[in-house]
Write a protein that binds this ligand. Structure first.
Ligand code: FAD
Ligand code: SF4
Length: 338
């Protein structure tokens, strides 16, 4: 049986109490919201905090507000509540889709959007029991000095596995971050860094206090496609999010993000040139699918074949783009060309 480590339970009721606690004890604290990822990780001794800070009772962090400038979402909103919110369903259907593809129903009822954005990265050599990791001599991300995926590497390449993050990037979303000393806003795209040891810009003592999706993203068409071993529950082996504005039959502001391959989601570059005159037809879809396959390569960080994951990049890009156009995700005769 896997047990929890010893810790002191801290349960602030207000944001002020939370920020006060973190100002004094950030380095010794781990926040939990729904606990669906943090608690299993505690059992594996991936975190060994002195204080476990349950933020789930800070009610001021639980809200969904539809305002003129966009959608404001508190980090404690559960994925289930986000997915069924009428405004999210109406205006940000890809966010609904991504939230409703996270894990399974029980985990979506507990798991929050804040926890999903701040989700720890995952790796074959990390998400294991203490005994398993000890037998291997641990690794760079926790307790060791070597990365078993890239042995000469100085950075961790564990997989970013959040389903909502790639979609939020395509919607130009931002996160508000608070600490006792300051408040700042960061685009979700800049929130992540390419080092799986700590793959976001949160400094000790900082909390995500709001997710904001700007009004200009309301009218965007979009698609979200996720490859996972079991459709009922698993983390992504590959995920693809696409969004674009559509005007007069042409698309603009196109964003394509491929994730779950490395420590941060990757925005595919050069879309404007691939979308000659903004026409998203079969030929453009194919050009974009092939460009994504060139730009996005998995490493052997999760226990699924990397050649297969790479071969699926163009397939899932095609499906996401077709979904955005309202077409069935699979073409009648889909050919894997990568
Ligand atoms: C079997 C299983 C399958 C899963 N499948 C998926 C999946 O398919 N896709 C997916 O995306 N996730 C998956 N998850 C992971 C998890 O359930 C979700 O990501 C969930 O949204 C995490 O939210 P939470 O509130 O439970 O986070 P917690 O576990 O409470 O916290 C996760 C991390 O976020 C930090 N955190 C939480 N809130 C804040 C905040 N406001 N500010 C700063 N840091 C914060 C915590 O300190 C912790 O480091 C799965 C988990 C399990 C156990
Ligand atoms: S990618 Fe390397 S450093 Fe990161 S968790 Fe895996 S083995 Fe450890």
């Amino acid at each position: 049986m896997l047990t929890l480590p010893r810790f002191e339970w801290v349960e602030p009721r207000t944001l002020d109490q939370l920020l006060d606690h973190l100002a004094a004890h950030a380095a010794e604290s781990l926040m939990v919201a729904g606990g669906t990822d943090a608690v299993p990780n505690l059992k594996h001794r991936l975190h060994e905090p002195r204080y476990l800070v349950h933020i789930g009772r800070v009610e001021e962090l639980r809200f969904v507000r539809d305002e003129a400038d966009g959608l404001h979402v508190g980090p404690l909103v559960t994925l289930a509540d986000l997915a069924r919110h009428p405004v999210v369903r109406r205006d940000f259907a890809t966010l609904t889709r991504a939230a409703s593809l996270v894990a399974g129903p029980q985990l979506r009822n507990m798991g929050t959007i804040g926890g999903n954005l701040c989700l720890d990265t995952r790796c074959t050599y990390y998400n294991q029991t203490f005994f398993w990791r000890e037998a291997l001599g641990f690794c760079l991300k926790k307790d060791g000095a070597v990365c078993h995926v890239v042995p000469q590497g100085k950075r961790c390449v564990a997989a970013h596995s959040s389903d909502t993050a790639p979609v939020l990037i395509t919607l130009d979303a931002e996160v508000e971050i608070r600490s006792r000393a300051a408040r700042r806003t960061v685009p979700v795209e800049s929130f992540f860094v390419a080092d799986g040891i700590h793959n976001n810009v949160l400094a000790p003592g900082e909390v995500v206090t709001r997710v904001f999706v700007p009004a200009r993203a309301r009218a965007r068409i979009g698609g979200y496609q996720k490859l996972r071993p079991r459709g009922a529950i698993d983390f992504p082996m590959l995920s693809v999010a696409f969004a674009a504005s559509r005007r007069d039959g042409h698309v603009a502001d196109a964003r394509l993000v491929v994730s779950a391959l490395a420590a941060k989601p990757r925005s595919v570059t050069g879309l404007d040139a691939l979308l000659a005159d903004g026409v998203l037809d079969d030929a453009a879809i194919e050009r974009i699918a092939q460009a994504a396959a060139k730009q996005c390569r998995p490493v052997i960080n999760i226990p699924y074949d990397e050649d297969y994951r790479h071969a699926m990049v163009p397939v899932f890009v095609r499906r996401a783009l077709r979904e955005a156009l309202g077409l069935p995700p699979r073409a009648a005769r889909e050919v894997v060309t990568a």
